[in-house]
Write a protein that binds this ligand. Structure first.
Ligand SMILES: [Zn+2]
Length: 402
């Protein structure tokens, strides 16, 4: 239990109101039992809050950052592949010599839980240092029941042993494993009849994700998986329209997905479906950058139709080796042309929605006291710098963890 009164603080509350960034200036804030209990001028502070006071010295505080799309847990690494490619070795040759996603699958199958935890925690430490207090982590490098469950178990252990929240998503439909390449229907049956029921029964994940793409899973295949997921009471989300338009966002909206992610090839039609279903658009500028993509997601249309936009690292060993959510705020602004306020909403308010979490993402009475105290002069500074870390301290459930 953490009880405390902060005084003289400027809150980048990210509440949706007329004030840019939902700014609440020069205020006091009471934290009681891990939650924000009261916000208002210090002179109006109710007497019954008899807690320790700390002067924030006019610093800005934002909600704790939320990285709502990562593949943080994996075995091995692909650094040699990165180097080979830059030395002129082609993708085909790399794939032939056992590189690419299937090399990560092999390394993840071979790794122990302890090894996976150690390497994922190393990556997590960079994100935590920048104020991430909630992170989503997907499975999807196991592609068999045993290793998918191992990855989700690692995620659960990380959630228990870290002072931040780790939220697990099941991504069995990430790629077709080598052993099923000639009978892909059997792999989809394995997901539906074995993996999903076990995951639902053991409560190993709250959502089910997939990679809907010509080189991934087709619309009809994903739909079968979504139908089973919904039957089992699991939320769904989808990697959609990254490399081509497969109507993945429409499929996501049809099953009331929490989010559709990537979206470079999204159409206006699908945006209207997402709007109707309340599906969040998750933008991943790190993958766009790493793949040197040239087609940006249709930000103007998402804005026009008021589909909330989230922003995440997509941290993964192949297409987005990104260890900085702060940098993603910058890239969302400079490359995708989000306003700084939209980009910050993308890693707070809308990122919470993309994970179906209603108790965080904004600073408001009744919300979890997940906060970051910054050494900045203006909220837009969080989007302005390329690199650097302006964190002064990180607060999770009211406790200073950094
Ligand atoms: Zn991803």
């Amino acid at each position: 239990m953490s009880n405390k009164i902060w005084t003289n603080v400027n809150l980048i509350s990210m509440q949706k109101n007329e004030t840019p960034y939902g700014l609440i200036e020069n205020t006091a804030m009471v934290i009681e039992n891990d939650y924000i209990a009261w916000i208002g001028p210090e002179e109006e502070l109710p007497n019954h809050y008899d807690y320790e006071m700390e002067d924030a010295e006019g610093d800005y505080m934002s909600p704790g950052l939320i990285d709502c799309h990562t593949h943080l847990i994996y075995g091995g690494n692909r650094i040699d592949e990165f180097e080979k490619r830059l030395n002129g070795v082609s993708y085909e040759e790399i794939a032939k010599s056992g590189g690419g996603i299937l090399s990560t699958v092999q390394a993840t199958r071979d790794a122990t839980e302890a090894e996976l935890i150690e390497s994922a925690n190393k990556r997590l430490s960079h994100l935590k240092a920048e104020g991430v207090t909630t992170i989503e982590v997907k499975s999807g490098y196991g592609l068999n029941t045993e290793t998918e469950l191992k990855m989700l178990s690692v995620s659960r252990t990380m959630n228990v042993n870290n002072d931040i929240d780790v939220i697990a998503t099941f991504l069995g439909a990430h790629a077709i494993p080598d052993e099923y390449k000639n009978n892909r229907d059997d792999y989809i049956d394995l997901i539906i009849n074995e993996m999903l029921p076990k995951i639902a029964e053991q409560k190993m994940a709250t959502a089910v994700d997939g990679f809907c793409e010509t080189i991934g899973f087709q619309y009809q295949e994903m739909e079968k998986i979504f139908i089973k997921a919904k039957e089992l009471g699991l939320n769904v989300k989808l990697h959609a329209e990254q490399l081509s338009n497969q109507n993945g966002a429409k499929l996501a909206a049809k099953y009331d997905a929490l989010s559709a992610d990537h979206l470079e090839h999204l159409t206006e039609d699908a945006i209207l479906n997402m709007k109707e279903a309340g599906t969040i658009a998750v933008l991943l500028p790190g993958a766009y950058y790493t793949l040197r993509d040239s087609k940006c997601p249709p930000i103007d249309l998402l804005r026009k139709h008021k589909v909330p936009m989230a922003v995440a690292t997509d941290c993964n060993p192949g297409s987005s080796p990104v260890l900085s959510l702060k940098l993603m705020i910058n890239m969302a602004s400079t490359i995708f042309q989000l306003t700084p306020e939209e980009a910050i909403a993308g890693v707070t308010r809308n990122a919470a929605k993309a994970l179906g979490l209603r108790d965080r993402g904004i600073i408001k009475e009744g919300m979890l006291a997940d906060l970051v105290r910054w050494d900045i002069e203006h909220p837009a500074e969080l989007a302005y710098y390329v690199g650097g870390n302006q964190v002064k301290s990180v607060i999770k459930n009211g406790k200073i963890i950094l």
